[in-house]
Design a protein around this ligand. Structure first.
Ligand code: AMP
Ligand code: GLY
Length: 417
């Protein structure tokens, strides 16, 4: 089988790494990929947004299965375009991808299917938004409706901050058309958990739990990032919580997808807040998480390609998906200045000194004149697997120290509970 992976980050590296272990697979392509992925796949220079070219490439090379990493092509309708050409692809249709592409759409969906979530208002004008604010206490959450590269969620401590955020989004259009609508939401307190799920027409199967650390600094301080590290399993995710999530969130979500006739054969990532009143949905993402995938897939024992093949035939209920009982920790190394502006092109040293069983999933790297250099805010994620979270953490940090580049920054408290 020939497999194409769309994307270029640590998530796609983790997917490629897992796919490369499948005996069903003869060749892996990645568009556009990165130097880490290049070691296991053939990277092709096609932008993730260039759906036409991706379809053309898949037809020319006879790709048997395409896996899409990032949300942008999914929301733009890559799955519809591939299916129209009879090409096999894992991901939701354009309509179903609205669960991530529009916060208002996903909140309406949750309300309609009684899925526990934060109370909210949907507004389109600044005046309407200011009126709605009267109904909320602080902190309050303000979300640009559309995709905003992970920057569209503001947690505002007081009315002044909230009004400033609303002005930025609705009047000054700092997120462009993604800010044509805004969702104002009650702030939920609790422990966040990421649950990625396999979904086909008849079944939703959760993967093992994980937790992302989104803020740039230790102790969850500073601005949000794409994710500075993850661990799996998440300590709050007990069997009792898992049962409750299945009953109150997963099954109603699948029912909603079916009732709305959404074509969803793909990965659904449910961001949860485990609150005192029980688990509530913060958001849906219609893809694998980054860097959640870097700790979840190393725990998957079953062949990922076999699972995807079953999903395409709507036979997810026939496959027994197995996980190991290990713990995984991923620490992200970022460029100095990230998530603000940062410099690229810093030489990365020490990769060869890492322990054999460590997996360094590349995100923002580039080879220049034979040297591996930094090429993004998040540079790579160092994943360690061990019998417990503590030993995985120790192993990950021991290896993180071996890698150096100018301006390297990372959180020292990933997986600290
Ligand atoms: P989202 O893009 O919707 O995942 O939001 C990004 C992050 O903002 C989440 O991972 C949470 O940390 C935080 N967040 C979003 N909605 C809420 C909420 N209602 N209450 C508390 N935190 C939230
Ligand atoms: N780790 C959060 C995300 O992938 O959106």
């Amino acid at each position: 089988m020939k497999v194409l992976i769309v994307g270029s980050g640590g998530r796609e590296h983790a997917i490629a790494w897992k796919v490369s272990k499948s005996p069903l697979v003869t060749e892996i392509f990645c568009a556009p990929g990165n130097p880490g992925i290049e070691e296991i796949a053939k990277c092709v220079e096609i932008d993730v947004g260039n759906i036409e070219k991706l379809v053309e490439f898949s037809r020319e090379i006879n790709i048997d299965l395409t896996i899409v990493g990032p949300e942008v092509p999914l929301v733009a309708g890559i799955v519809d375009a591939f299916k129209k050409e009879g090409l096999s692809i894992i991901g939701p249709s354009k309509k179903a991808a609205q669960l991530e592409g529009s916060k208002a759409f996903s909140k309406n969906f949750m309300e309609k299917y009684n899925i526990p979530s934060a109370r909210y208002d949907e507004v389109v004008t600044y005046e309407e938004a200011c009126l709605a604010l009267d109904q909320y206490s602080y902190p309050v959450v303000i979300k640009a409706d559309g995709l905003a590269a992970g920057k569209g969620v503001l947690i505002c401590e007081n009315r002044k901050e909230a009004e400033a955020g609303l002005k930025d989004i609705l009047l000054d259009k700092v997120f462009g058309d993604a800010g044509n609508k805004v969702v104002i939401e009650e702030f939920l307190e609790g422990i966040e958990t990421s649950i990625l799920c396999f979904v086909d027409k008849g079944k939703i199967v959760p993967m093992v739990s994980s937790q992302d650390h989104k803020r740039i600094f230790d102790g969850d301080k500073g601005p949000n990032t794409g994710g500075m590290g993850t661990y799996s399993p998440n300590y709050v995710y007990t069997d009792a919580i898992a049962r409750k999530v299945d009953e109150t969130i997963l099954q109603p979500t699948l029912k909603g997808i079916q009732d709305e006739a959404m074509d969803y054969v793909g990965i659904l990532f449910i961001g949860l807040m485990i609150t005192k009143e029980g688990p509530k949905v913060l958001e849906y993402n219609v893809r694998f998480g980054d860097p959640e995938t870097q700790v979840v897939l190393p725990r998957l024992e079953t062949d990922l390609v076999e699972i995807f093949q079953a999903m395409i035939k709507n036979e997810l209920s026939n496959i027994d998906i197995k996980w190991n009982d290990k713990a995984a920790v991923c620490v992200v190394l970022a460029s100095g200045g990230y998530p603000g502006s940062y410099e690229k092109g810093k030489k990365i040293a020490g990769m060869e000194q890492m322990d054999q069983d460590i997996i360094a999933f590349h995100s923002g790297t580039k080879t220049i004149d034979g040297d591996l250099t930094t090429n993004g805010g998040r540079v790579m994620g160092v994943t360690a697997i061990a019998d417990s979270i503590n030993s995985a953490k120790e192993k990950a940090y021991y290896n993180v120290e071996k890698i150096s580049f100018d301006g390297k920054q990372y959180r020292k408290d990933i997986a600290t509970v």
